[in-house]
Design a protein around this ligand. Sequence first.
Ligand code: ADP
Ligand code: MG
Length: 267
Amino acid sequence: MDVLLKVDKLFGGYDKENVLDDITFDIKKGEFLGIIGPNGSGKSTLLRLMSRVLHPRKGRMLFEGKEISTLKLRELCKRVAFVPQDTQINFSFSVWEIVLMGRIPHLGRLQLETKKDFTIAENSLSLTTSLELKNRKIDQLSAGERQRVIIAKALTQEPILLLLDEPTSHLDIGYQIQILDLLRRLNHERKLTVVIVLHDLNLASEYCNRLILLNEGRIFKEGTPEEVLTYQNIETIYKTTVVVNKNPISSKPYITLVSGERLCQQN
Ligand code: ADP
Ligand code: MG
């Protein structure tokens, strides 16, 4: 598989604090890559660096072979869309206005949207089951509704690389599966490359071809779900006891959490 984004010896953080330490990995075209790790391990920082919200301290990121910082932001936004962890918007835009903003990188200066742009935006709302929210105000939605709308906006950009930071954290299990199934379908049918931060290790196991396990700003382990989601790795990094079985339907690793108190009772 061709490399879409090469992350090479990357260091990054905030003010005086360095968060990411010497991160190197490739994102291949068409893959569904999961980034997992405990709170504060640097997952969001990594996605902010890859989407150019944050500038690296050191290191290189090559997007289709070109240093990402040299690309015009408009050109980058035609190819890469980012769904941040915090989707709160403090302006009273309508959902329709927000989703249409996804077309901005594709429009010329002062150029208005055409029928094609409206169709793409409407289709994205429909794909994320948010069409009925079209005329609502974004600041009057529940967190889960807002999360679906922000994903619709990202799809409206028609990216080839979609970066998502915990995009299902506010969704009920029905919507979680619906959004992840949608991402998998777009990954298969449109060859959309997906990089997703997920807290839920079972969802990461189920949907991702490859996982990167971050810990304290470094890559602890990288590989298939089977290679990464071993009980030893999980217990070492998350400091909690787990049992790893197989999901009876997909045969992917399935993690069962074990209460510390119950373990004490058994011993
Ligand atoms: P994760 O997404 O894995 O939970 P983050 O990348 O958000 O972790 O955070 C990594 C570290 O960076 C944490 O120690 C956090 O406190 C710090 N951090 C995150 N965002 C900021 C910020 N805007 N300013 C300063 N420090 C931050
Ligand atoms: Mg985060």
